[in-house]
Design a protein around this ligand. Structure first.
Ligand code: PAF
Length: 286
């Protein structure tokens, strides 16, 4: 496995392979790789001839009070996972190489980024959209894979690629969960043993919302109440948002008639957990 740090060297490698007709798959990450990332890497490996994983803790998607400095960076472990999964290139640029002096262009999606994570983390999605656009320009993949765990991010990236004709096929893979249902996340390492036990409440509340829809509850507010009651039983958790939304626009649904995404974000100690479930109304009601 090659470790490439310079964006220019990364592009030269990709251009050469593309000239030879090789298909390049790409999994962008911020490192601290877990089984969720492993699933994306394996899926990309099966779909493409060559595979690039980027490891870059992107400073522009962190707010001033967020965890940029202490974000986990177990680089040796991350490289070992990539090597074991047959990754061809680990792209590890520095912040200076990605954002040199004079850098000024940003990408933003005002409508999709407005609510939910966008409200809680005002510059987050502009940072994500800008870095993903840059990474696509540098790596020049045919295909890029992202996890559904970050549902709003995934929606935004699909829109970005369409709007800017970036020519990258986007694949969104289902959320990978621990056996008790907690969605895997690099930030789960911050949870204390007690918080880790409590954290499953979030998934339970999403499941309860999904069950309500499957059992015939259509009213968005009633579904929201079902989810809220479960989280509220857990005193250590504070709700940031629980929402019943249209999966395409991420706007609130007053009534669920076909498909909905249940979006959730809570605070638990020093950690902010996010999760989601996409639910389809059973055929006889749709
Ligand atoms: O999901 C992530 O890990 C990051 O937001 C991404 C897409 C790698 C951009 O920094």
């Amino acid at each position: 496995m090659k470790i490439v740090r310079s964006p220019e060297a990364m592009t030269a490698w990709s251009d050469q392979l593309r000239r030879e007709g090789v298909t390049i798959g790409f999994v962008p990450t911020m490192g601290a790789l877990h089984d969720g990332h492993r699933t994306l890497i394996r899926a990309a490996r099966l779909k493409c001839d060559a595979l690039v994983v980027s490891i870059f803790v992107n400073p522009t998607q962190f707010g001033p009070k967020e965890d940029l400095a202490k974000y986990p960076r177990p680089i040796a472990k991350d490289r070992a996972l990539c090597r074991a999964e047959g990754v061809d290139v680990c792209f590890e640029p520095t912040a200076k190489a990605m954002y040199p002096d004079g850098f000024q262009t940003t990408v933003s999606l005002p409508s999709l980024a407005r609510r939910w994570e966008g409200e809680a983390r005002p510059h987050h999605f502009s940072g994500v959209a800008t870095v993903v656009t840059k990474l696509f320009g540098i790596v020049r993949p045919c295909l890029a894979l992202f996890g559904q765990k970050d549902f709003q991010q995934a929606a935004l990236i699909q829109q970005l690629v369409k709007d800017l004709n970036l020519g990258v096929k986007i694949v969104i893979r289902p959320t990978v969960r621990d056996p008790d249902g907690l969605a895997m996340s690099s930030r789960n390492v911050y949870l204390s043993p007690h918080e880790r036990a409590v954290a499953t409440t979030l998934y339970k509340s999403l499941q309860a919302g999904a069950d309500a829809i499957r059992q015939g509850v259509a009213d968005g507010q009633a579904i929201h109440t079902v989810m809220t009651r479960i989280v509220q039983k857990e005193p250590a958790m504070t709700i940031d948002y629980l929402a019943v939304c249209d999966p395409r626009t991420l706007e609130l649904l007053s009534s669920v008639t076909s498909r909905a995404v249940l979006l959730a974000a809570v605070r638990l100690g020093a950690v902010r957990l996010i999760d989601n479930l996409v639910v389809a109304v059973p055929a006889k009601r749709a």
